[in-house]
Design a protein around this ligand. Structure first.
Ligand SMILES: Nc1ncnc2c1ncn2[C@@H]1O[C@H](COP(=O)(O)OP(=O)(O)OP(=O)(O)O)[C@@H](O)[C@H]1O
Length: 777
């Protein structure tokens, strides 16, 4: 019976594959015709355009004709693009046409209808019935949401109720059914077992065939402007987020393109790790950036912005003393909305005093001095906003610069510089003079005219940059205005502990042209508020991964920078590693949003690691008992005492050999800091093939790598070794989440090395959760 069914299903697969083959052939033929059409059109573009510039009407006609031709060309190019995309999806479907089937009997109907679900939809040859439904189609949601029994889905015409009589899962490769299971509520635990038991890969895979019900809610949420997902390590936050992108691109395909979405990822390595998921689902990748790159680009080269990883590294490697306490207090305070209020107060204060301007200079001459600007600015009515007054200063300065330019162009140096102008400049002046002659026959002053035009060109070019800066209101000395905050007499109630030292340190950094990472967003907030910078209207959806590392100030900044945006915000409080986000509000805090616009979902089931690894790791974090490890068994985590560096090296080498024997392909030695990783690399590099991952690494290969925790975020490995789990390395409360993050990178095996006293976090773990050995076993 079962065999019979399998045979029938295989026959259907064969039929569908054959139809896909025919479609591919047909579209390929059409595509090459369209391509030829494009080539011809490009070649003969001007043949079909009537060019006539004699009369005004003719010019319009010519323009219309060019426009028509260009539209024809771009329409064909668009069709060609669409066909390429369709072909890509078809060839994926040819390999594995679908992964699921549900039989659904609608209320009031007699019979159940089988629906097959795959990564794209496919109609039969007559274009009448669906042979495959796209996983994102409304009806397909039942596949993820229900076990056989009563089921419903939301169609475009309203809710449809009925009964699901069968739910079946397929593994199809190269058109052959390799596995077929009839499943219960959770989609094919057997299949999930086999997917999760596989090797870690260098690139994340899509989870389309095994999306879980709670993940489906995230993927298909359409109602909430801000969707927050708090999910345990390995619970599929990133996976669900990428599936969600594909879903939204499908659901809103008429209005939403991939370049309307922006994904913030924690580091460049992660960006490349996830880059193949969307193409695998037949969608284009969305734009990706890191928050640091985004901020750095907005600040430009006026300041040297500290890298957040350097900030973390500095805090983790500094000795425990007052300097460190000051730094941490500063980081935490500047991430709070309290500090933002302080900046708002400062902006208010600037209305009556305190603005600092730059001299407007040209070749060592002061065109307008900062004092003069200040006088002009403060002479304007205080009732006007800062922005409107700055705009009036701008216009006044531009006029003053024009007057200056007119005077300066009489100077000898200008003519000397004109001698260095290009041939093309002379040509354009000649053309201009010729044109002028069409209107006046007076040619006596041609020589003077030419000299004047040359002088104008020189001055315009020399003053261009200056003018642009003035237009952008850069005559305000924003850095100094910001530094001034740290001279103001704020009350003790408004300021944190160590405030005087924080002020001193911040002023010093700004004087040197450095912008500490904790000041980057507050500085931009102040500056852009003064400049009245408009928000980005193009980006309509932000996906923010590892959101536990974003502060309320950073959230507020993103909301203002992308005013039209919806946001999917994913993170795990237990993996907060930046000083700013430890034990205080982060972007995951619901109360930072308008209650009507926000929804928070929680993922507690963890899929990445074996049950043993997850049982071990969850014991060290708050609320860990609520995390549910997926039922997949492996070895107990091993905690090995190593007396010295030599022992450590030999243990690591032995473990590597064992990992390879197990068929593992990716293994990481995870250090707390880059400093620790460099030390480990120095010890190991002559004994084995190993690569050190740094901030500049954009991709990693199979094999053995050494990586600090903050760069391993979001990534996974077949096996992980924690290089130093001693008390000296992980004992402070703020190191708990770092330690947990490191341990949860391992899929199949976890090894921890320590010498001397072990981290107190390990004491929290029941003895039965690990195996303890020393070097000689
Ligand atoms: N429904 C699923 N089906 C198959 N695999 C899944 C599923 N959900 C998650 N996984 C797998 O679990 C692993 C962890 O997923 P992912 O990286 O998305 O989790 P995460 O919550 O972002 O983790 P972290 O916070 O630790 O970085 C990945 O290998 C992913 O493929």
């Amino acid at each position: 019976m079962v065999q019979d069914e399998r045979r029938q299903e295989q026959e259907r697969v064969n039929e569908v594959v054959a139809i896909i083959g025919e479609k591919i052939e047909k579209i390929t033929g059409k595509k090459s015709n369209v391509k030829q059409g494009i080539v011809d059109l490009r070649k003969n573009f001007w043949d079909d355009v009537t060019v006539n510039l004699d009369e005004n009407d003719d010019v319009y006609e010519t323009q219309a004709s060019i426009k028509q031709q260009a539209e024809l060309l771009s329409e064909r190019e668009r069709r060609h693009g669409q066909m390429s995309k369709e072909l890509k999806t078809l060839s994926r479907l040819q390999d594995a046409p679908y992964f699921g089937r549900i039989d659904f009997r609608e209320e009031d109907e007699q019979n159940a209808e089988p629906l097959y679900i795959g990564i794209g939809s496919l109609m039969d040859a007559k274009n009448e019935d669906f042979l495959i439904y796209d996983w994102r189609a409304p009806v397909a949601s039942m596949y993820y949401d229900y076990a056989p029994g009563p089921a419903r889905y939301m169609s475009l015409d309203g809710e449809v109720h009925g009964e699901m009589t069968l739910k079946r899962q397929f593994i199809i490769r190269a058109g052959k059914i390799r596995g077929m299971f009839d499943t219960g509520l959770t989609i094919g635990d057997a299949l999930l077992q086999s997917v999760l038991g596989g090797k870690a890969s260098l690139q994340m895979k899509s989870i389309v065939s095994t999306i879980q019900k709670e993940q489906n809610q995230i993927i298909r949420n359409e109602t909430d402007r801000y969707l927050i997902v708090q999910g345990a390590a390995g619970s599929g936050k990133t996976s669900a987020a990428l599936q969600r992108v594909a879903f939204l691109l499908y659901r809103y395909r008429k209005t939403l393109r991939s370049d309307n979405m922006l994904l913030f990822s924690p580091n460049p390595l992660f960006s490349s790790f996830i880059s193949s998921v969307l193409p695998e689902l037949g969608e284009e990748n969305v734009v990706q950036t890191t928050f640091k790159d985004f901020i750095e680009e907005r600040i430009g080269d006026e300041l040297q912005v500290e890298n957040p990883f350097d900030q973390t590294e500095a805090c983790l490697t500094m000795e425990d003393n007052e300097r460190l306490n000051t730094r941490i207090a500063g980081i935490r305070f500047k991430a709070s909305l309290g500090y933002r209020n302080m900046i708002d107060q400062w902006l208010e204060h600037l209305k009556s005093e305190g603005m600092i301007f730059r001299d407007i200079t040209f070749r060592d001459k002061i065109i307008v001095s900062s004092d003069e600007i200040s006088k002009f600015f403060y002479a304007l009515p205080e009732t006007q906003s800062l922005l409107s007054r700055l705009e009036q200063v701008r216009d006044w300065l531009l006029r003053r610069m024009a007057v200056f330019s007119k005077r300066e162009r009489q100077e000898d140096w200008v003519l000397e510089e004109a001698g260095l102008l290009d041939k093309s400049d002379y040509q354009s002046i000649f053309d201009k003079l010729q044109q002028e002659k069409r209107f006046s026959e007076d040619t006596f002053d041609d020589y003077d005219r030419e000299e004047l035009l040359l002088r104008k060109i020189v001055m315009n070019r020399r003053m261009k940059k200056q003018r642009r800066r003035v237009k952008q209101l850069e005559f305000v000395n924003f850095q100094k205005v910001y530094s001034e905050i740290f001279y103001q007499p704020f009350s003790d109630a408004e300021t944190p502990e160590h405030w005087p030292e924080i002020c001193r340190a911040t002023r010093m950094r700004f004087e040197e042209g450095d912008c500490p990472w904790e000041d980057a967003v507050p500085y931009l907030y102040m500056k852009e508020k003064m400049q009245g910078r408009k928000g980005n209207q193009e980006i309509r959806h932000l996906i923010i991964d590892e959101a536990q590392d974003y502060s309320p100030t950073q959230l507020a900044y993103l909301k203002a920078a992308f005013p039209r945006c919806r946001m999917t915000i994913l993170g795990d409080m237990n993996q907060a590693i930046y000083m700013q986000s430890l034990e205080q509000d982060t972007m995951l805090s619901e109360h930072l949003y308008n209650p009507e616009e926000v929804k928070k979902l929680t993922l507690l089931r963890s899929y990445r690691s074996t049950k043993e690894i997850m049982n071990f790791a969850r014991a060290m974090v708050n609320g860990g008992d609520q995390i549910e490890p997926f039922e997949r068994s492996g070895k107990l985590p091993e905690w090995i005492d190593a007396a010295n560096e030599k022992d450590k090296v030999s243990i690591i080498l032995d473990k590597l050999t064992a990992f390879k024997k197990n068929g593992f392909e990716t293994f990481a030695l995870i250090g707390k800091t880059m400093k620790e990783c460099r030390e480990a690399f120095r010890l190991l590099k002559d004994h084995t093939d190993v690569k050190l991952i740094t901030q500049e690494t954009y991709q990693f290969d199979k094999g053995f790598i050494i990586i600090p925790t903050y760069l391993a975020k979001g990534i996974e490995f077949d096996a992980a070794i924690i290089y130093d789990a001693s008390a000296g390395n992980y004992c402070r409360e703020r190191e708990r989440t770092l330690f947990y993050t490191a341990c949860t990178r391992a899929m199949h095996e976890l090894v921890l090395l320590s010498s001397g006293e072990v981290s107190p976090f390990l004491n929290l773990i029941p003895d039965a959760c690990y195996l303890r050995t020393s070097v000689d076993g």
